[in-house]
Design a protein around this ligand. Structure first.
Ligand SMILES: [Zn+2]
Length: 313
Protein backbone atom coordinates (compact mmCIF):
# COMPACT_ATOMS: atom_id res chain seq x y z
CA UNK A 1 0.00 0.00 0.00
CA UNK A 2 1.29 3.46 -0.95
CA UNK A 3 1.31 5.73 2.04
CA UNK A 4 0.37 9.39 1.69
CA UNK A 5 3.50 11.38 2.48
CA UNK A 6 2.19 14.87 1.97
CA UNK A 7 -1.16 16.64 1.65
CA UNK A 8 -1.17 20.07 -0.02
CA UNK A 9 -4.23 22.24 0.60
CA UNK A 10 -4.53 24.98 -2.02
CA UNK A 11 -6.82 27.99 -1.59
CA UNK A 12 -7.12 31.03 -3.84
CA UNK A 13 -6.68 29.24 -7.15
CA UNK A 14 -9.37 31.78 -8.01
CA UNK A 15 -8.61 35.06 -6.24
CA UNK A 16 -12.26 35.98 -5.58
CA UNK A 17 -13.23 32.72 -3.83
CA UNK A 18 -12.68 33.73 -0.24
CA UNK A 19 -13.51 30.51 1.65
CA UNK A 20 -10.33 28.75 0.53
CA UNK A 21 -8.21 31.89 0.81
CA UNK A 22 -9.17 32.55 4.42
CA UNK A 23 -8.88 28.88 5.37
CA UNK A 24 -5.32 28.77 4.02
CA UNK A 25 -4.52 31.95 5.97
CA UNK A 26 -6.00 30.36 9.10
CA UNK A 27 -3.99 27.13 8.64
CA UNK A 28 -0.90 29.27 8.10
CA UNK A 29 -1.44 30.93 11.48
CA UNK A 30 -2.34 27.65 13.24
CA UNK A 31 -0.54 24.78 11.44
CA UNK A 32 -1.38 22.38 14.27
CA UNK A 33 -4.97 22.30 12.93
CA UNK A 34 -3.79 20.38 9.86
CA UNK A 35 -0.85 18.54 11.38
CA UNK A 36 -1.07 14.74 11.56
CA UNK A 37 1.56 12.23 12.67
CA UNK A 38 2.01 10.08 9.53
CA UNK A 39 2.27 12.77 6.82
CA UNK A 40 3.15 16.40 6.22
CA UNK A 41 0.43 18.96 5.44
CA UNK A 42 1.05 22.24 3.62
CA UNK A 43 -1.50 24.99 3.03
CA UNK A 44 -0.78 27.61 0.39
CA UNK A 45 -2.35 30.19 -1.91
CA UNK A 46 -2.25 29.01 -5.50
CA UNK A 47 -2.71 32.43 -7.14
CA UNK A 48 -1.43 35.05 -4.67
CA UNK A 49 -1.57 37.98 -7.13
CA UNK A 50 -5.23 37.29 -7.99
CA UNK A 51 -6.01 37.03 -4.27
CA UNK A 52 -4.36 40.41 -3.71
CA UNK A 53 -6.54 42.13 -6.30
CA UNK A 54 -9.64 40.07 -5.39
CA UNK A 55 -10.24 38.85 -8.94
CA UNK A 56 -10.60 35.33 -10.35
CA UNK A 57 -7.29 35.71 -12.20
CA UNK A 58 -4.73 38.25 -13.40
CA UNK A 59 -4.21 37.18 -17.05
CA UNK A 60 -6.00 33.88 -17.46
CA UNK A 61 -7.79 31.20 -15.42
CA UNK A 62 -5.11 29.36 -13.39
CA UNK A 63 -7.35 26.30 -13.14
CA UNK A 64 -7.10 25.86 -16.92
CA UNK A 65 -3.30 26.07 -17.01
CA UNK A 66 -2.33 22.54 -15.98
CA UNK A 67 -2.55 20.71 -19.31
CA UNK A 68 0.67 18.72 -19.66
CA UNK A 69 1.69 20.44 -22.92
CA UNK A 70 1.19 23.90 -21.34
CA UNK A 71 3.25 22.96 -18.29
CA UNK A 72 6.14 22.12 -20.59
CA UNK A 73 5.69 25.06 -22.99
CA UNK A 74 8.53 27.57 -22.49
CA UNK A 75 6.87 30.17 -24.77
CA UNK A 76 3.96 30.88 -22.43
CA UNK A 77 4.30 34.14 -20.51
CA UNK A 78 1.02 34.93 -18.68
CA UNK A 79 1.24 35.20 -14.91
CA UNK A 80 -0.96 32.15 -14.40
CA UNK A 81 0.83 29.99 -17.00
CA UNK A 82 4.13 30.65 -15.25
CA UNK A 83 2.59 30.16 -11.81
CA UNK A 84 1.14 26.81 -12.94
CA UNK A 85 4.59 25.73 -14.15
CA UNK A 86 6.07 26.80 -10.80
CA UNK A 87 3.44 24.83 -8.84
CA UNK A 88 3.99 21.82 -11.09
CA UNK A 89 7.75 21.96 -10.58
CA UNK A 90 7.32 21.97 -6.80
CA UNK A 91 4.44 19.54 -6.36
CA UNK A 92 4.14 17.27 -9.36
CA UNK A 93 3.80 13.58 -8.56
CA UNK A 94 6.48 12.78 -11.10
CA UNK A 95 9.13 14.74 -9.24
CA UNK A 96 11.32 13.34 -6.49
CA UNK A 97 9.67 15.55 -3.89
CA UNK A 98 6.33 13.86 -4.20
CA UNK A 99 3.03 15.45 -3.35
CA UNK A 100 0.68 12.57 -2.90
CA UNK A 101 -2.60 14.34 -2.38
CA UNK A 102 -3.71 17.80 -3.53
CA UNK A 103 -6.88 19.34 -2.16
CA UNK A 104 -7.99 22.44 -4.08
CA UNK A 105 -10.52 24.69 -2.32
CA UNK A 106 -13.08 26.55 -4.44
CA UNK A 107 -16.44 28.23 -4.05
CA UNK A 108 -19.35 28.57 -6.46
CA UNK A 109 -22.34 30.87 -6.84
CA UNK A 110 -24.42 27.77 -7.69
CA UNK A 111 -26.46 25.99 -5.01
CA UNK A 112 -24.19 22.95 -4.79
CA UNK A 113 -23.71 22.75 -1.04
CA UNK A 114 -20.42 20.99 -0.41
CA UNK A 115 -19.14 18.98 -3.36
CA UNK A 116 -16.09 16.81 -3.76
CA UNK A 117 -14.89 16.73 -7.38
CA UNK A 118 -12.62 13.78 -8.04
CA UNK A 119 -9.77 14.06 -10.55
CA UNK A 120 -9.94 10.34 -11.31
CA UNK A 121 -12.05 7.51 -9.98
CA UNK A 122 -9.55 5.44 -8.10
CA UNK A 123 -10.38 3.11 -5.18
CA UNK A 124 -8.45 5.49 -2.91
CA UNK A 125 -10.63 8.47 -3.91
CA UNK A 126 -13.80 6.43 -3.84
CA UNK A 127 -13.10 5.07 -0.35
CA UNK A 128 -12.40 8.57 0.92
CA UNK A 129 -15.58 9.87 -0.77
CA UNK A 130 -17.62 6.98 0.68
CA UNK A 131 -16.28 7.68 4.15
CA UNK A 132 -16.93 11.43 3.95
CA UNK A 133 -20.51 10.91 2.73
CA UNK A 134 -21.10 8.47 5.59
CA UNK A 135 -20.11 11.26 8.01
CA UNK A 136 -21.72 14.10 6.02
CA UNK A 137 -24.72 12.65 4.15
CA UNK A 138 -25.39 16.01 2.44
CA UNK A 139 -21.95 15.97 0.77
CA UNK A 140 -22.12 15.42 -3.02
CA UNK A 141 -19.53 13.57 -5.11
CA UNK A 142 -18.83 14.61 -8.71
CA UNK A 143 -16.55 12.67 -11.01
CA UNK A 144 -14.89 14.49 -13.85
CA UNK A 145 -14.67 12.55 -17.12
CA UNK A 146 -11.13 13.48 -17.95
CA UNK A 147 -8.03 11.55 -17.04
CA UNK A 148 -5.29 13.50 -15.28
CA UNK A 149 -3.37 13.66 -18.56
CA UNK A 150 -6.23 15.52 -20.26
CA UNK A 151 -7.18 17.77 -17.37
CA UNK A 152 -6.22 21.43 -17.08
CA UNK A 153 -7.24 21.62 -13.41
CA UNK A 154 -4.77 22.07 -10.57
CA UNK A 155 -6.04 18.93 -8.78
CA UNK A 156 -4.88 16.80 -11.72
CA UNK A 157 -1.15 17.18 -10.95
CA UNK A 158 -1.52 14.73 -8.07
CA UNK A 159 -2.70 11.22 -8.81
CA UNK A 160 -5.61 11.29 -6.37
CA UNK A 161 -6.21 15.03 -6.18
CA UNK A 162 -9.64 16.51 -5.70
CA UNK A 163 -11.50 19.81 -5.52
CA UNK A 164 -13.72 20.86 -2.66
CA UNK A 165 -16.40 23.17 -4.05
CA UNK A 166 -18.76 25.05 -1.71
CA UNK A 167 -21.79 27.21 -2.45
CA UNK A 168 -23.89 29.11 -2.98
CA UNK A 169 -21.74 32.06 -2.08
CA UNK A 170 -21.15 35.23 -4.10
CA UNK A 171 -17.70 35.99 -5.47
CA UNK A 172 -15.64 38.09 -3.04
CA UNK A 173 -17.91 37.11 -0.12
CA UNK A 174 -17.35 34.95 2.98
CA UNK A 175 -20.14 32.74 4.33
CA UNK A 176 -19.39 31.70 7.92
CA UNK A 177 -21.45 28.49 7.81
CA UNK A 178 -19.77 27.28 4.61
CA UNK A 179 -16.37 28.29 5.99
CA UNK A 180 -16.89 26.21 9.14
CA UNK A 181 -18.28 23.22 7.23
CA UNK A 182 -15.33 23.27 4.84
CA UNK A 183 -12.86 23.44 7.72
CA UNK A 184 -14.59 20.52 9.46
CA UNK A 185 -14.56 18.37 6.30
CA UNK A 186 -10.85 19.09 5.76
CA UNK A 187 -10.17 17.94 9.34
CA UNK A 188 -12.16 14.74 8.80
CA UNK A 189 -10.39 14.13 5.49
CA UNK A 190 -6.97 14.51 7.14
CA UNK A 191 -8.04 12.11 9.91
CA UNK A 192 -9.08 9.59 7.24
CA UNK A 193 -5.71 9.88 5.50
CA UNK A 194 -4.05 9.25 8.87
CA UNK A 195 -6.17 6.09 9.29
CA UNK A 196 -5.35 5.05 5.72
CA UNK A 197 -1.62 5.42 6.41
CA UNK A 198 -2.02 3.31 9.55
CA UNK A 199 -3.79 0.63 7.51
CA UNK A 200 -6.88 0.55 9.70
CA UNK A 201 -9.62 1.74 7.35
CA UNK A 202 -12.99 0.16 7.98
CA UNK A 203 -14.96 -0.67 4.81
CA UNK A 204 -18.05 1.46 4.17
CA UNK A 205 -21.18 -0.64 3.70
CA UNK A 206 -23.53 1.91 2.12
CA UNK A 207 -23.46 2.53 -1.67
CA UNK A 208 -21.93 5.75 -2.97
CA UNK A 209 -23.83 8.16 -5.24
CA UNK A 210 -21.63 9.77 -7.87
CA UNK A 211 -22.63 12.52 -10.30
CA UNK A 212 -20.66 11.84 -13.45
CA UNK A 213 -20.14 14.95 -15.61
CA UNK A 214 -21.51 14.48 -19.12
CA UNK A 215 -21.28 17.84 -20.88
CA UNK A 216 -21.47 21.60 -20.39
CA UNK A 217 -24.51 23.50 -21.71
CA UNK A 218 -24.30 27.07 -23.00
CA UNK A 219 -26.98 29.76 -22.88
CA UNK A 220 -29.07 30.27 -26.02
CA UNK A 221 -27.14 32.92 -28.03
CA UNK A 222 -27.65 34.99 -31.19
CA UNK A 223 -25.18 35.23 -34.08
CA UNK A 224 -23.24 37.93 -32.14
CA UNK A 225 -22.82 35.44 -29.29
CA UNK A 226 -25.09 37.54 -27.04
CA UNK A 227 -27.10 35.66 -24.43
CA UNK A 228 -30.78 35.35 -25.43
CA UNK A 229 -32.22 33.78 -22.28
CA UNK A 230 -31.65 33.41 -18.53
CA UNK A 231 -31.69 30.32 -16.33
CA UNK A 232 -35.38 29.49 -15.88
CA UNK A 233 -36.65 30.41 -12.39
CA UNK A 234 -37.92 26.82 -11.97
CA UNK A 235 -34.35 25.57 -12.48
CA UNK A 236 -32.46 28.22 -10.48
CA UNK A 237 -30.84 26.76 -7.30
CA UNK A 238 -31.95 23.22 -8.29
CA UNK A 239 -28.44 21.80 -8.62
CA UNK A 240 -28.38 17.98 -8.37
CA UNK A 241 -32.16 17.79 -8.88
CA UNK A 242 -33.50 15.76 -11.83
CA UNK A 243 -34.11 17.65 -15.06
CA UNK A 244 -36.55 15.63 -17.15
CA UNK A 245 -37.30 15.88 -20.88
CA UNK A 246 -39.75 18.79 -21.37
CA UNK A 247 -38.74 20.62 -18.16
CA UNK A 248 -38.00 24.36 -18.52
CA UNK A 249 -34.30 25.29 -18.68
CA UNK A 250 -34.17 28.91 -19.82
CA UNK A 251 -36.47 31.93 -19.92
CA UNK A 252 -36.07 34.44 -22.77
CA UNK A 253 -36.20 38.17 -22.07
CA UNK A 254 -39.70 38.12 -23.60
CA UNK A 255 -40.83 35.53 -21.05
CA UNK A 256 -40.76 32.44 -23.25
CA UNK A 257 -39.64 29.15 -21.73
CA UNK A 258 -36.93 27.08 -23.42
CA UNK A 259 -37.40 23.41 -22.60
CA UNK A 260 -34.92 20.60 -22.09
CA UNK A 261 -35.18 18.47 -25.22
CA UNK A 262 -32.87 15.63 -24.21
CA UNK A 263 -34.13 12.05 -24.14
CA UNK A 264 -33.07 11.12 -20.63
CA UNK A 265 -33.11 12.63 -17.17
CA UNK A 266 -29.97 14.55 -16.21
CA UNK A 267 -28.81 16.21 -12.99
CA UNK A 268 -27.49 19.73 -13.72
CA UNK A 269 -24.81 21.32 -11.53
CA UNK A 270 -23.05 24.70 -11.62
CA UNK A 271 -26.41 26.21 -12.59
CA UNK A 272 -25.91 29.95 -13.25
CA UNK A 273 -22.31 29.94 -11.98
CA UNK A 274 -21.13 33.57 -12.26
CA UNK A 275 -17.61 32.66 -13.40
CA UNK A 276 -18.91 30.57 -16.30
CA UNK A 277 -20.68 33.34 -18.24
CA UNK A 278 -17.31 34.12 -19.90
CA UNK A 279 -16.76 30.42 -20.62
CA UNK A 280 -20.10 29.92 -22.35
CA UNK A 281 -21.43 27.56 -19.71
CA UNK A 282 -24.91 27.90 -18.20
CA UNK A 283 -24.76 24.59 -16.35
CA UNK A 284 -23.14 21.19 -16.51
CA UNK A 285 -25.17 18.03 -17.02
CA UNK A 286 -24.34 15.01 -14.91
CA UNK A 287 -25.63 11.45 -14.73
CA UNK A 288 -26.33 9.87 -11.39
CA UNK A 289 -24.56 6.61 -10.63
CA UNK A 290 -24.82 4.37 -7.64
CA UNK A 291 -21.57 2.63 -6.81
CA UNK A 292 -21.55 -0.39 -4.54
CA UNK A 293 -18.80 -1.16 -2.06
CA UNK A 294 -17.76 -4.06 -4.25
CA UNK A 295 -17.29 -1.63 -7.14
CA UNK A 296 -15.33 0.75 -4.94
CA UNK A 297 -12.93 -2.08 -4.15
CA UNK A 298 -12.49 -3.03 -7.80
CA UNK A 299 -13.25 0.19 -9.70
CA UNK A 300 -11.16 0.76 -12.84
CA UNK A 301 -8.80 3.71 -12.58
CA UNK A 302 -10.55 5.88 -15.16
CA UNK A 303 -13.97 5.47 -16.73
CA UNK A 304 -14.25 7.40 -19.96
CA UNK A 305 -17.62 8.66 -21.20
CA UNK A 306 -17.67 8.93 -24.99
CA UNK A 307 -18.04 12.37 -26.61
CA UNK A 308 -17.88 14.10 -23.26
CA UNK A 309 -16.55 17.64 -23.17
CA UNK A 310 -13.67 18.04 -20.73
CA UNK A 311 -14.97 20.03 -17.82
CA UNK A 312 -13.09 21.38 -14.88
CA UNK A 313 -13.91 23.89 -12.22
ZN1 LIG B 1 -12.92 28.34 -8.32
Amino acid sequence: MNQIKRVVIFGGTHGNELTGIYLVKKFDRAPDLIERSTFETIAMLANPKACEIGKRYVDTDLNRCFLRQDLENTHLSSYEALRAQEIYRIFSSTKAQKSDLIVDLHSTTANMGITLILAVQHPFNLSLAAYLTSVYPELKIVASVTSNQDSSALRSISEWGFTLEVGPVAQGVLDARLFQQTEEIIGTMLDWVETYNQGTIAPIKSPLTIYQTVRAIDYPRNEKREIQAMIHPDLQFRDYKPLNPGDPMFLTFDGESVLYEGKSTVYPIFINEAAYYEKGIAMCFTQKQIVSQLAIDSWPVVRAVPRARPFSV
